[in-house]
Design a protein around this ligand. Structure first.
Ligand code: AMP
Length: 451
């Protein structure tokens, strides 16, 4: 130990250095496209935490990961989401056609239709049912940007293909409930409704249109249009005048066929038995053409308005067959990660900062650079994080960076060490240094880091 102490070299490098403040030239700076934003390193931890929770539960529940393209044919959404929905009629980003006869290609506005396409195209229906898939990805909607509403936003999605049972609906809802609670979100509320199926919905829609037509004068201009094109969408209009008209409107649940009624009763029974709190929201329709039977949403009760939903989903029992696939009952969910993170910040939910020990590698001179590149590889192989700045000419500047990045140790290779085949190991906090040979330095660093 005494010998070890003697080896400590008290060579310290002053690491304080002021750099002049840089003022950007505003006339030259480009900004992110409206409705898009950068997810900066300082918030990545929250994103990884949330995505990690989704992935953890998806895997626990036997879901497999799938990635599908961002570019899809416009027709995919016209035929599933529906040509009269806001998403398809107003919000799709179309890609400029390179040839006059080229098909119309769009940036995907949502995940489910692409998953259904992939399910059929890749013959995933030959696998044992249900096929359970999960995905992460950016979605694109040309909407008016505001707090919690972006033109590019990230969703997490779960899809269960090939299960018609009401318990499958509750499995999905219970996963969502569990994940959002595990994230630490408070005041969560699940709303559910059933919008019937292709057997009972036409009669319901007819009754609704007849009712709404009587009150045409009281509806907002959007709802007058919706009554003609997408009447179910009137049900979730937030305008007060429309809300009061809706109080007397026929309800989906009143006119459902016996099968849909039974399905919805079972969903509620299982939810009650599991103790998952939920609210029946007769006006919840979720606005996409492909939904049938159960639709649900998760929101935080401390948020108001259209941007309060943190995720939503439902059944789409008829979609796969309508795309030429086998008759396959299915259901899915998509969570809005941007909104979840925003809510976490609002509710002051912190994620644990996992600090990674790192070693700053400091070099002086060309030979030292080669040695440091080799040392870096050796540290990576040992699972040690490294900090380097090969372009910084002085040892002082490199150590300063190591300090800023929180490196516990530095390995310094100057001209003398390069010739001696040695390195200096510096304890960044205490400023003490010792020399070690190239053969023994790794064992010492590992010991110092407790590895
Ligand atoms: P949807 O695909 O419309 O069912 O949306 C599912 C979830 O994605 C919503 O509950 C939101 O949390 C999120 N979401 C939808 N549109 C946006 C948007 N424009 N910006 C941010 N998040 C969104």
């Amino acid at each position: 130990m005494a010998d070890e102490a003697k080896k400590v070299v008290k060579r310290t490098f002053g690491v304080r250095e002021e750099e002049p403040e840089f003022i950007p030239n505003k006339s030259m700076v480009l900004q992110a496209v409206r409705g898009t934003r950068d997810i900066l390193p300082k918030v990545q931890q929250k994103w990884s935490f949330v995505e990690g929770k989704f992935e953890q539960y998806a895997k626990l529940a036997g879901f497999d990961k799938i990635e599908i393209p961002i570019l899809e044919r416009e027709e995919l959404y016209v035929r599933s989401t529906g040509k009269d929905t806001d998403i398809v009629s107003k919000e799709m980003f179309k890609i400029e056609k390179r040839e006059a006869d080229a098909e119309s290609i769009v940036l995907r506005p949502e995940g489910t239709p692409g998953i259904v396409r992939a399910f059929i195209e890749n013959g995933l229906y030959t696998q044992p049912m249900p096929v359970k898939l999960f995905y992460f990805g950016s979605m694109f909607r040309y909407d008016r940007p505001q707090a919690g509403r972006f033109r590019e936003f990230k969703q997490f999605g779960l899809e269960v293909l090939g299960d018609a049972d009401a318990a499958a609906d509750v499995e999905l809802i219970s996963m969502v409930w569990k994940i959002y609670n595990e994230i630490g979100l408070k005041n969560l509320a699940i709303s559910i409704n059933s919008i019937g199926c292709k057997t009972c919905r036409p009669a319901y829609t007819k009754g609704l249109v007849e009712y709404l037509t009587q009150y045409k004068k009281e509806l907002c201009p959007d709802c007058i249009e919706r009554t003609k094109r997408n009447p179910l969408r009137v049900l979730d209009c937030k305008v007060e005048a429309c809300q009061s008209v809706l109080k007397g409107a026929p309800q989906t649940t009143e006119m459902m066929c016996a099968d849909c009624k039974k399905h919805f009763e079972e969903v509620q029974k299982y939810l009650n038995e599991l103790g998952i709190p939920f609210e029946l929201n007769r006006n919840l329709v979720r606005g996409l053409d492909y939904y049938s039977r159960t639709v649900f949403e998760i929101a935080a009760k401390d948020s108001e308005g259209a941007q309060s939903a943190l995720g939503g989903g439902g059944r789409y029992d008829e979609m796969i067959e309508s795309f030429g696939g086998p008759k396959t009952a299915a259901l899915g969910f998509a969570g809005g990660i941007d909104r979840i993170i925003h809510k976490m910040v609002e509710q002051k939910i912190e994620t644990e900062e996992v600090e990674q020990d790192s070693v700053c590698i400091v070099q002086l001179g060309d030979i030292a650079k080669t040695i440091c590149l080799q040392i870096q590889q050796e540290l990576w192989e040992a699972g040690i994080h490294t900090v380097t700045a090969f372009g910084k000419p002085s040892i002082k500047a490199q150590l300063k960076l190591g300090n800023k990045k929180g490196s516990k140790y530095a390995i310094i290779v100057g001209q003398r060490e390069a010739i001696d085949n040695s390195v200096i190991i510096r304890n960044m906090k205490e400023g003490v240094q010792e020399t070690a040979s190239r053969k023994t330095y790794l064992a010492k660093i590992k010991k110092n880091l407790g590895l």
